[in-house]
Design a binder for this molecule. Sequence first.
Ligand SMILES: Nc1ncnc2c1ncn2[C@@H]1O[C@H](COP(=O)(O)OP(=O)(O)O)[C@@H](O)[C@H]1O
Ligand SMILES: [Mg+2]
Length: 356
Amino acid sequence: MTKPLYVSLGLMSGTSADGIDAALIRSDGEDTVETLAAAFVPYPDDFRKRLLVCAQQHQQDDAVRADFSRWSQNACENILTQSGIQPDFIASHGHTLDHRPDLGWTHQMDDPAALASRFGIPVVSDFRQKDMQNGGQGAPLVPVYHRVRGRGHPKPLAIVNIGGVSNVTLIDENDAMIAFDAGPGNALMDDVLQKTVGARYDHGGALALSGTPHQDLAEALLLDPFFLKRGPKSLDRNHFAQRAGVLDGLSLTDRLATLAQITALAIARGIVMHQPHCAECLLVGGGRKNKAIVDVLSQNLPCPVRDGDAAGFDSDFMEAEAFAYLGIRSFLGLPYSFPETTGVRVPTCGGVWTYP
Ligand SMILES: Nc1ncnc2c1ncn2[C@@H]1O[C@H](COP(=O)(O)OP(=O)(O)O)[C@@H](O)[C@H]1O
Ligand SMILES: [Mg+2]
């Protein structure tokens, strides 16, 4: 018997705070996935700054939340107009304000009630809480989606998402997964650029490529216990912000080169520590466009490193697609986090449903 298919609209506001990614998929929540539409709604500079202040201070702010709600609704509107398809539900991740698995809490800014009334369909949100209640890290949650999309690729396969934070999913020949946050992604580099020259990011990694990494400082920062721990493990966007202050004396380009080096080495060493024999490494997320990161990754991994787009993914939207997929799994009561991906005690299904 064929399983029923659901259309789910996933919304993701990543830790880079660059904007909202939205993706529409049709899936049975298991092996069948069809991507239908995708949209990116960038945040204006002013809103981005206000959102980042909330994340830095771990504070909700009603005015910022009201604006966040509008951006989320715009992203949905965009998808509905583009596709002409009415989803069965919306799966909204929200924007993480605080993520502290050591203390057992994770908070996202989100407005599921407004989404549900505006679009007249159920909304599932708060994806991380249940995992944490069951002893998990609450992150990463995308591996179960990576596993489906990784079908047909050589194994062992590494899928690396480089966003504000970077996370790795390893899938072996038996479809077994290992997952972990590898370390800071672009967030540290983005913050340096914002503070020094007011730019959002290092386009293509051009500035980092023109600098020279300070090897000793990079290795000193890589001694942080977070990097030496085995997965599952997860990281708050701001964990390294203070520690990276030791690079303040370097020129801007050397500082960016050193941060790119740290980001890439953390990923490469994390992969090799958990799986020394990867056949292929596929990159998704905005950080894959930073050539300084990709070069160091390629030099430090024993397998080909490829842009996910070349492997048939829509690499900018994998996370939004993943939350759309998790929404379907939540609806069906299927687990989406596992002891080997988040450290949760038992395979766990989460998500909180809000109805129109
Ligand atoms: N053309 C580019 N060159 C270099 N870096 C880029 C480029 N485009 C995006 N990025 C980086 O990707 C980040 C956004 O990636 P994304 O996957 O959306 O992360 P997140 O999930 O944290 O929002 C930006 O903040 C920036 O650092
Ligand atoms: Mg983003």
